[in-house]
Design a protein around this ligand. Structure first.
Ligand SMILES: [Zn+2]
Length: 103
């Protein structure tokens, strides 16, 4: 089934890191040249925790329309992505599984 919200033409520059703060992963990606950080817990299955802005400059988010300061101050949840984080996780599931198997 096609993911109705997320698609490789929209989500770019995906990179995954293991979290030092909790049992899980941080996934970074860009949408329309704006960077986001997706926190995913790792248990018997992956589960979404939060999606935050990760902007390098003070600007308006094209998704939630909020004006967001640069990181670390602007590392705040994106309401647009938060409400779609199950679909986002589904989209990133394969990348995450591959990362987990090869670390
Ligand atoms: Zn936003």
């Amino acid at each position: 089934m096609q993911n109705q919200y997320f698609h490789p033409s929209i989500i770019k520059d995906i990179s995954i890191k293991e979290s030092g703060d909790f049992n899980g992963y941080q996934i970074f990606f860009t949408i329309k040249d704006q960077r986001f950080q997706f926190l995913v817990g790792n248990s018997t299955a992956f589960f979404p925790l939060a999606v935050k802005h990760f902007f390098q400059s003070h600007e308006q988010c094209t998704l939630c329309q909020d004006t967001i300061p640069a990181v670390p101050i602007g590392q705040l949840p994106c309401t647009y992505l938060q409400t779609r984080q199950d679909a986002l996780l589904e989209f990133l599931q394969n990348d995450l599984q591959k990362y987990k198997e090869h670390q």
